[in-house]
Design a binder for this molecule. Sequence first.
Ligand SMILES: Cc1cn([C@H]2C[C@H](O)[C@@H](COP(=O)(O)OP(=O)(O)OP(=O)(O)O)O2)c(=O)[nH]c1=O
Length: 216
Amino acid sequence: MSEPLDADVSSPVLRLASASPRRRELLASIGVAVEIAPVDIDETPHPGEAARDYVARLARAKAVAGAEAETGSESRSRRETGLDLPVLGSDTSVVRDGEILGKPVDAEDAFVMLRSLSGRWHQVMTSVAVSGPAGVLEATVVSDVLMRELQDDEIRNYWRTGEPADKAGGYAIQGLASIFVERVEGSYSAVVGLPLYETASLLRRQRVPVWNGALF
Ligand SMILES: Cc1cn([C@H]2C[C@H](O)[C@@H](COP(=O)(O)OP(=O)(O)OP(=O)(O)O)O2)c(=O)[nH]c1=O
């Protein structure tokens, strides 16, 4: 029997235009080893921009910026041999009543965000874009999340754990905030940062090998 897939020792098959460790781990879980190449783009929403359009625009911008950076000198030898890797960009936003909640900037910001999510449903929108031989392919997934009533003290204590700081909406469903989330309707992996079902489909269309149900 051959060895199981191990993302740490496999050579990269995809360039990940993201600094998010969650996205790297999610891709590793479906056997996709990545080369990390974060990009820096302006994440300011356009005036009047709908949340769904916003996440789609950002995911696309990250994939396109990552592909442009790949044509730089660092990867020139690979380009010359026609071996540029497809590039994945993604964006996750928490949306309450149509309003985009980004990452909290401080304790007060996190308190206001989580207070506003307490005891009600909100949406998590994640868009993924993959630039490759088939052009830029995209998918957007909207999930509904119900958070239980939160006490003021637990919101303050939650901030002190450090978990909310780099998370859209100020919480991580895959972490301590799992005790706050009562229900998810949609894609759990999309809430964490990447909708794996849709991502696998886009990757296959870009000829990136993904685990396909075969025995190892
Ligand atoms: C709602 C939620 C968000 N998140 C995270 C996923 C994303 O990393 C982050 C949303 O910010 P993003 O801007 O989507 O991503 P990022 O800044 O972490 O990385 P990059 O832009 O370089 O790709 O929030 C969780 O980890 N768990 C959750 O439950």
